[in-house]
Design a protein around this ligand. Structure first.
Ligand SMILES: [Ca+2]
Length: 459
């Protein structure tokens, strides 16, 4: 039997058995296509939970994020799937925990690997409804041609292929390239202008595609170290360079929102703002803040994975609301597919749930468990409002098992200060069991075990 083309493969996986029944409806799609909502996901790099005015930062001013929140909903318990870049991005674009996609560590320029080709991205799936798909900013899911955005469902790409600090000469890294589609257009990147250039590119992408549904994935390079900012924002905040960088990102958010309004697209566009993981501790006070949450990037404390989150969708999501329900980037995957009328793949486990009803305040979250992985190890699990740590989180402690376990009640103790393990042995037992079940499930079936082994060996 001939191998299915990539397109057929995606189509079959997406529609499954139902596809056979409904494929006859495709002739009728063109009229529907015009009313499908646009999707804009603004995904910043290493911004902490506490780095905006709405989450309490005293000296960083984020008037555009404030405005976005006043026009939409803010989530206080929104999680990325992992505390570092590549795994977090893989989960957003596939709807799956990184341990399933195999992307358990970050990719480096010396790697020839990327997000496995058997994984289906959100962009791949939105293409089945003729969405224009643009990725602008940092990719970090493989920089060889077959792994770049243009090979993973995106029509257009502009940005840097991995992190802005991955130019270590001694390791043999080249200077940081800026790419347009598959071509390098600037090297080394002038990082001072990245936020500005991404913003210009994003606006042009929206303008080019204003007459059809589009998906814009705007993944800012900032505020990942080394921090860079354009002259317009240099030395303008009270918070120093980090504050300047966040305020330029905030400006960029305002530019995107203004563009949607100017083109009359505001009411039919779902816009999300969040970050890929928590703030980086390496530069001490020069870095971001997780606010009241404990820990940083690359730790599995709440500060490593719980992120600022704002969504707006006028008419669909009530203005100026806050939800304390749980959400994840994997929920975003399913939510965006539902908005576009695309069924999630049925041939694999998808870990997200549609969270539009949650953002609308109509339903409770369907996400009951959070699995806090670092590399290929499950460090902690959240079930309901309890979180049990099995291992000390790297970054705060040396790499070792917790003995005894540590248990926190995240509703009353979001800062993870008061260990309840000794008081609540039944909860410890229950969460341990849930973790064992998940580990066993992953052990039983994992198509991407090879990638995990390669990354653990060569990462
Ligand atoms: Ca990051």
């Amino acid at each position: 039997m001939p191998r299915p083309t990539r397109r057929e493969f995606i189509r079959k996986a997406a529609f499954g058995a139902a596809g056979a029944i409904f494929s006859g409806m495709n002739f009728n799609c063109s009229r529907l296509t015009q009313t499908l909502p646009n999707i804009v996901i603004i995904f910043v790099d290493d911004m902490g939970y506490g780095d905006m005015t709405r989450t309490g930062h005293p000296t960083i001013r984020t008037p555009n994020l404030d405005r976005m929140a006043s026009e939409g909903v803010m989530m206080t318990q929104f999680y990325t799937a992992n505390p570092v870049c590549s795994p977090s991005r893989a989960a957003l674009l596939t709807g799956r925990w990184p341990i399933r996609t195999g992307v358990v560590k970050v990719f480096f320029p010396f790697h020839n690997i990327g997000l496995p080709k058997n994984e289906i991205t959100l962009a791949d799936l939105l293409k089945t409804k003729n969405y224009a798909t643009g990725c602008i900013g940092k990719w970090h899911l493989g920089h060889k041609k077959e792994y770049l955005p243009n090979s993973r469902g995106f029509d257009y790409y502009y940005g840097i292929p991995y992190s802005n600090d991955m130019d270590n000469e001694r390791r043999g890294d080249p200077p940081i390239p800026v790419m347009r589609n598959e071509e390098i257009v600037e090297q080394p990147a002038n990082q001072d202008l990245l936020t500005k250039n991404y913003t210009r590119e994003a606006i042009q992408f929206i303008e080019r595609n204003k007459d059809k549904p589009f998906f814009l994935y705007l993944a800012h390079t900032m505020p990942h170290f080394p921090l860079h900012v354009s002259d317009n924002f240099r030395d303008t905040s009270k918070r120093g360079l980090y504050g300047d960088v966040i305020e330029e990102i905030d400006w960029s958010v305002g530019q995107i929102l203004d563009t949607l309004k100017r083109l009359g697209l505001e009411d039919n566009t779902f816009v999300v703002f969040t970050s890929d993981n928590g703030p980086w501790k390496i530069k001490k006070q020069d870095g971001g803040s997780a606010g009241l949450l404990r820990g940083y990037k690359a730790t599995t404390w709440e500060g490593g994975m719980r992120e600022p989150f704002i969504a707006k969708f006028p008419g669909r999501i009530p203005a100026n609301t806050v939800t304390t329900e749980i959400g994840t980037t994997m929920d975003l995957f399913v939510t965006c597919l539902n908005l576009a009328g695309v069924a999630p793949p049925v041939d694999r486990t998808i870990d997200g749930h549609d969270m539009l009803p949650v953002l609308q305040g109509k339903e409770k979250s369907h996400t009951e468990k959070i699995f806090y992985y670092y590399n290929d190890k499950l460090n902690a699990i959240r079930v309901g409002h309890y979180k049990l740590h099995f291992r000390k989180s790297p970054g705060d402690y040396s790499w070792q098992d917790c003995d005894p376990y540590e248990l926190y009640d995240l509703l009353t103790d979001p800062s993870e200060k008061y260990d309840l393990a000794a008081e609540k042995p039944e909860i410890v037992k229950q969460l341990s069991r849930e973790a064992d079940e998940f580990r066993a499930e992953i052990e039983r079936k994992n198509e991407n075990r090879d990638l995990i082994e390669t990354l653990m060996k060569n990462g």
